[in-house]
Design a protein. Sequence first.
Length: 115
Amino acid sequence: QVQLVESGGGLVQAGGSLRLSCAASGSIFSITRTGWYRQAPGKQRELVATINSGGSTNYADSVKGRFTISRDNAKNTMYLQMNTLAPEDTAVYYCNAINLYGTYWGQGTQVTVSS
């Protein structure tokens, strides 16, 4: 089992920045990929960014150049630095982890961008 806890969401004006954190615990040694997803009201959950065990990253086109995913292995924590935020980035952001035994999700953190 892997437990994930997100933090860092909040209300920010358009053009501003936020940094989300995802603290992992449990069977973290077996994680092969972690990532961030988001779900806006009335929409399906969508991929934002991922980082695999080798450090390779992948981004949704809508966030390329604005968001940066990273991790601190010593702290068992993953981050999402979000810059130049826009109202369309408003959503609940979820942390995700995959290992040999399954897929795990955090409880989500709300990000609201005002115009």
